[in-house]
Design a protein around this ligand. Structure first.
Ligand SMILES: C[S@@+](CC[C@H](N)C(=O)[O-])C[C@H]1O[C@@H](n2cnc3c(N)ncnc32)[C@H](O)[C@@H]1O
Length: 415
C-alpha cells in the first residue's frame, strides 16, 4: 500500500483503493461510533474510532448522505487508545465495545456524546442551556452482577460484534468473579439463553435458564437454578444484595443496577440531585424497581410505581419498614398523586409524552431523571421543559465501563 499517496489530504481526508480512505475522526456519537467526513463531504461512521484519530478505513455500507466504515489501520492513535485487556474482544466478542479506551477517559467521552446531542436540542430551542458534569464510575473490571448470555452448544457465549453469530467464552472481565465461575464451569444443554445473577455482598447466586433446566445442566456448588418455564408457572426464586448495609430481595425477573458498586455510585448521584429529603416530603419513585432509591434516600411513606409484578413484589418486601405504597402499574396509566420530590428512572425508551404527563401531574418541585439512553434523555428534557420544568444540571455516571452505555442523572426544578 502506498502510504504517501494515502496520506495526501483531499478536503481533510485521503483516498487510495476504491472504498478505502484515510479520515480524521471528529467526535463520538450516540452508540460510541466515531464520526468523520469523507473527501466528498459525506459523513462516515467509523466503528471503534476515537476523536482526533487519523484512521485508514474500508467503507462497509453506503447511502447517499452517510456511510459506515471499519478501521483497517489506526494511522495516528488518540492518546487514550489502549490495547483491549480482554482476549475475547480480539476474537470478536460484542460485549465490550469501548475496551480500546483507557478506562479513566471513558466517562469524559460519554459526557461529550451527551453534550453534543444536547447542544443540538438547545440550538433547536427545545431545551435551555444546562451544565453537564462528569461524575464517578463503578470499577472498570469485574463489576457486573447480572449478565444475560447466549449459548454455543452447552457453553456460555456472547453475541459477536456487529454479527448474528455467537462466541463461546471462558471468562468475561467485566463479570464479577461469582458470575465468571458460572461462565467458565457452567454447562447448559438445550438452553437458548441463561441469565446469571449474584448478590456480591451476600454471595448468593441464581441462574435463570430459558426455556428450561434440562438434564445434564451443571453449575458450581451453591448456585440456585430455575427455568423460565417454572417462573411462568408461578415459581418464585430470588437472591439478596446489600447496598451500603441495606438488604434487598431481588427476584429472578426483577431489575437491578449493573452491580453493587454501580448501584452505590448511582444512589449517591441521585442523592446529590434530590437534595435532602425531609420526612414530611412526599416522595414518588417512578419506575421504582425493587425500591433502591426509596430505601437508600430514606423516604418516609414513599409511593413507588412499577410495572413488573416481580419487582413490585420485591419492593413491597424491601420497603415494608418505610411504610411505602407500591403501585403495580405502568407509569403512563397511573393517576398521579401529589409529590414534593419525584425520582424517575425509566428503561431505555425514556419517559415519553405519557411519562412526562405523569411526572408533571404530581406537581413536584424537584424531579430527578435517571436516564440510560442519550436520545431519550434529550427528548425527555424537551418534553419536561415544555411541561414547566427547568434542567439545572446533569451528571454523567459510568455504570457500564468498557461499553458505550451512558447513564445520566438530571436535576430539574419546577419554574
Ligand atoms: C432502569 S430500571 C430502574 C429500577 C429502579 N429505579 C432501580 O434503580 O433499581 C426501570 C424499571 O422500570 C420498570 N418499567 C419499565 N417500563 C415501565 C413502565 N412503563 N411503567 C412502570 N415501570 C416500568 C422496569 O420493570 C424496571 O424495574
Amino acid at each position: 500500500m502506498d502510504r504517501a499517496a494515502d496520506d495526501t489530504p483531499t478536503s481533510g481526508a485521503a483516498a487510495d483503493r476504491p472504498g478505502r480512505l484515510v479520515v480524521e475522526v471528529e467526535r463520538l456519537v450516540v452508540g460510541g461510533v466515531g464520526l468523520a467526513h469523507e473527501p466528498s463531504g459525506r459523513v462516515t461512521m467509523v466503528d471503534g474510532a476515537l476523536p482526533g484519530e487519523r484512521v485508514r478505513v474500508q467503507l462497509t455500507s453506503e447511502r447517499q448522505r452517510m456511510s459506515t466504515s471499519s478501521i483497517l489501520e489506526v494511522v495516528e492513535p488518540a492518546p487514550t487508545r489502549v490495547e483491549p485487556r480482554c482476549p475475547e474482544v480480539a476474537r470478536g466478542c460484542g460485549g465490550c465495545d469501548l475496551q480500546h479506551v483507557e478506562p479513566s477517559a471513558q466517562p469524559v467521552l460519554k459526557a461529550a456524546i451527551l453534550r453534543d446531542a444536547l447542544d443540538r436540542s438547545i440550538r433547536r430551542g427545545d431545551v435551555e442551556e444546562v451544565a453537564v458534569a462528569v461524575g464517578p464510575s463503578s470499577a472498570p473490571w469485574r463489576y457486573r452482577s447480572t449478565i444475560r448470555c447466549a449459548l454455543d452448544g452447552d457453553r456460555v457465549a456472547f453475541h459477536e460484534r456487529r454479527s448474528e453469530g455467537v462466541l463461546a467464552v471462558t471468562d468475561c472481565l467485566v463479570a464479577h468473579d461469582l458470575l465468571a465461575e458460572v461462565i467458565r464451569d457452567g454447562r447448559f444443554p438445550d438452553a437458548a439463553e441463561v441469565t446469571i445473577r449474584a448478590g456480591v455482598r451476600t454471595g448468593e447466586r441464581l441462574v435463570v435458564v430459558t426455556p428450561a433446566v434440562a438434564a445434564g445442566t451443571v453449575v458450581p456448588d451453591g448456585v440456585r437454578l430455575v427455568g423460565s418455564d417454572e417462573l411462568g408457572r408461578g415459581r418464585r426464586a430470588w437472591y439478596h444484595e446489600e447496598v451500603d448495609g441495606h438488604r434487598f430481595r431481588i427476584s429472578a425477573l426483577s431489575f437491578f443496577q449493573s452491580g453493587v458498586g454501580g448501584a452505590e455510585v448511582l444512589v449517591d448521584a441521585v442523592r446529590r440531585a434530590a437534595g435532602p429529603v425531609a420526612p414530611a416530603d412526599r416522595f414518588v419513585d417512578l419506575y421504582g424497581g425493587v425500591g433502591l432509591f426509596s430505601e437508600m434516600l430514606g423516604a418516609v411513606e414513599p409511593v413507588l410505581v412499577e410495572r413488573s409484578a416481580s419487582s413490585a413484589a420485591d419492593a413491597r418486601v424491601n420497603l415494608a419498614d418505610a411504610g411505602a405504597r407500591v403501585v403495580r402499574s405502568a407509569v403512563e396509566r397511573w393517576r398521579p398523586s401529589r409529590a414534593d420530590v419525584v425520582v424517575a428512572d425509566p428503561a431505555r425508551a425514556g419517559l415519553g409524552r405519557d411519562g412526562v404527563r405523569a411526572v408533571a401531574g404530581t406537581g413536584a418541585r424537584r424531579v430527578v431523571l435517571v436516564s440510560c439512553d442519550v436520545a431519550s434523555l434529550v427528548r425527555d428534557l424537551g418534553l419536561l421543559t415544555a411541561a414547566g420544568y427547568k434542567a439545572n444540571g446533569i451528571e454523567v455516571v459510568d455504570l457500564f465501563p468498557n461499553t458505550h452505555h451512558v447513564e445520566a442523572v438530571t436535576v430539574l426544578d419546577r419554574r
